[in-house]
Design a protein around this ligand. Structure first.
Ligand code: PLP
Length: 263
């Protein structure tokens, strides 16, 4: 009997359900995996943005992950919002302690509403401790530019140079997300040191429901890796899944704001 691919998500909790461990678990299950979910931080948020972030004591995170991993093997891990330098280091220790594989690091820094989801003093620690431990990182363009101190626009001709910079920081592979790119499309790029950059083309979907798209993509990639797919195939499947979800999302009317919106 084939074992169900198990994916652990270690990320922020979004009670609104569009991002964080909630949408990760939905994505992992929709793609045929089984989700384990451990929150790094509890956010308060709704359709208008993130209003508060509370990070429980580190021991709670460590105990939750240990309870799961002392009991079962996971096939992939998705890491999202980490809130503080302490949490970054704790997750790095857990990766080593349990020899975790297929680690997808979504470099969550700031919410679209402007709330810091990773403390400023944690940026260098994220680069030093998690870049080398992740099998793939999935920055969007603002995150990439903040992490590299650059001003890339998401153009195909920039990708070789971006790769060179990332390899120097001991990154193993990256999916650069194109949602913020200067182009009309939403093309993502899969960068791997032993092959040329691969474009994942998608036309831009017109919707206001872009909250949590990075969470969906990274947990979908983790699910592909957990099933034994190569990174490129996992990224293609994840991109197609996300594009379908974005197309379907415009009919969602959840909040008072959206209901009074005549679109
Ligand atoms: N809340 C949590 C828990 C998240 O992980 C993220 C992004 O990854 C966000 C909020 C922000 O989502 P967005 O910027 O897409 O609104």
């Amino acid at each position: 009997m084939n074992k169900t691919p198990v994916v652990l998500t270690i990320a922020g909790s979004d009670p609104y359900g569009g991002a964080g461990i909630q949408v990760d678990a939905k994505t992992i299950h929709a793609l045929g995996g089984y989700a384990l979910s451990v929150p790094t931080a509890l956010t308060s948020q709704n359709s208008q943005g993130v209003s508060d972030v509370f990070a429980p004591p580190i021991a709670v995170l460590e105990n939750q992950v240990s309870a799961l991993l002392d009991d079962m093997q996971v096939d992939a891990v998705k890491i999202g919002m980490l809130a503080s330098a302490e949490i970054v280091s704790c997750v790095a220790r857990l990766i080593d302690r349990y020899a975790l594989k297929n680690v997808v690091l979504d470099t969550v820094l700031v919410s679209s509403s402007g709330k810091d989801l990773l403390a400023l003093d944690a940026l260098d620690i994220l680069k030093a401790e998690l870049f080398p431990r992740a099998d793939v990182i999935t920055p969007n363009l603002p995150e990439l530019n903040r992490l590299l101190n650059t001003d890339y626009q998401g153009l195909a001709e920039e990708m070789d140079e971006i790769g060179e910079q990332l390899w120097r920081m001991n990154v193993k592979a990256a999916v650069i997300k194109g949602g913020h790119s200067a182009t009309d499309s939403c093309t993502d790029y899969v960068l791997q040191s032993d092959s040329t950059p691969e474009a994942l083309f998608a036309a831009r979907v017109q919707t206001s429901h872009t909250h949590g798209t990075g969470c969906v993509l990274s947990s979908a990639i983790a699910t592909g890796l957990a099933k034994g797919h190569a990174l490129s195939d996992s990224a293609h499947i994840a991109k197609a899944f996300l594009t379908e979800k974005l197309k379907a999302s415009d009919s969602l009317k959840l909040s008072y704001h959206q209901l009074s919106d005549n679109r």
